[in-house]
Design a protein around this ligand. Structure first.
Ligand SMILES: Nc1ncnc2c1ncn2[C@@H]1O[C@H](COP(=O)(O)OP(=O)(O)O)[C@@H](O)[C@H]1O
Ligand SMILES: [Mg+2]
Length: 304
């Protein structure tokens, strides 16, 4: 048993946060995407949080749902959290925001009927109760595909009837919350866009597609990671000026996702024992070496 104190959370709720909070401050700026992407996300979030109630009187009722879709490691979860924080900051003079993080894996669909009831309880009781406590609420459903599995493609081994029921429970929940609490914002992420139920996607007010970072973005991620490292070991700082060499390293990372690029720094620090002992001795050659090693190892694995 762990000694870590954890408040008792309702089933399916991974965490609850009152925003704005300092420990959520960095998420938004850490993810490099075109400025328009961030602007659009923030605008859409503010529209729901500020005017959801009025907008709900319009035909073609908004659902207060944003879907972030794309390959793993492209910053969706981080940006989803960051969005809650920047929206909360923008609205802070009107009161605080609750961020509810949902854990879709909490309801395995092989528990016949049970998962449907649990999801219904989460959507109909838990979320409305929590949402009543503060003026603004953002619900982050990470990896929503494990919840809202496309009904047409659900495998027969996983008991399709129950998968259908679980999906229906999620859809009914979103419909009912968008009517009763139209200013609650849902942000859902998915690594498998094709697996998400069409009826769920059709409810989204905005679907934002994420792609693997291009070379310039990889270079920005590397630069930012080195900047963070230089705060801990200042002798790393001169590497930041070697822009052209960094570009060259970035070119070697074609096809990598953002998470793998972030992890490269760690691998680079472990190339030589003197660097592992004193990370301030890191060179860009260590970085390039770590990339080549990673590419060499991963190629046969990918072919297999
Ligand atoms: N475009 C990006 N810019 C900067 N960092 C990124 C980017 N994409 C991913 N990362 C980094 O990769 C890691 C994983 O991000 P995460 O939000 O969990 O991705 P996802 O939810 O898409 O799998 C984080 O440390 C994040 O900082
Ligand atoms: Mg994620």
């Amino acid at each position: 048993m762990s000694n870590v104190f954890r408040p008792v959370l309702p089933p399916g709720v991974l965490s609850l946060h009152a925003l704005p909070a300092e420990h959520h401050e960095k998420d938004w700026d850490r993810i490099f995407v075109p400025l328009e992407v961030k602007q659009r996300l923030l605008n859409q979030a503010l529209l729901t949080l500020l005017h959801g109630k009025k907008l709900s009187t319009l035909a073609g009722l908004p659902h207060g749902l944003i879907v972030l879709a794309g390959p793993p490691g492209t910053g969706k979860t981080t940006l989803g959290r960051g969005l809650a924080q920047v929206a909360a900051s923008a609205l802070s003079t009107r009161g605080a925001t609750t961020l509810i993080e949902i854990n879709p894996h909490a309801f395995p669909s092989d528990m016949l009927g049970e998962s449907q009831r649990n999801i219904a309880r989460l959507m109909m009781d838990t979320i409305p109760e929590i949402a009543a406590r503060r003026p603004h609420t953002v619900v982050l459903i990470d990896e929503v595909e494990s919840f809202a599995v496309r009904r047409a493609s659900a495998s027969f081994e996983t008991n399709p009837v129950d998968v259908h029921r679980a999906t229906d429970a999620v859809l009914m929940g979103i419909d009912s919350i968008s009517k009763a609490l139209p200013s609650v914002l849902f942000v859902a992420t998915t690594n498998f866009f094709e697996a998400v139920d069409e009826a769920f996607l059709s409810r989204a007010d905005l679907v934002m597609h994420f792609t693997l970072p291009d070379q310039a973005t990889v270079a920005s991620i590397l630069h930012h990671s080195l900047e963070e490292l230089a705060l801990l070991w200042p002798t790393v700082r001169p590497l930041l000026d070697q822009r052209r060499e960094l570009e060259r390293v970035a070119a070697l990372c074609a096809g990598w996702d953002g998470r793998r690029v972030r992890k490269l720094i760690l691998a680079a620090l472990a190339q030589r024992m003197e660097v592992a002992r004193d990370p301030g001795l890191l060179t860009l050659e260590d970085l390039a070496h770590a990339v080549r090693q990673s590419n060499d190892i991963s190629v046969p694995a990918e072919r297999a």
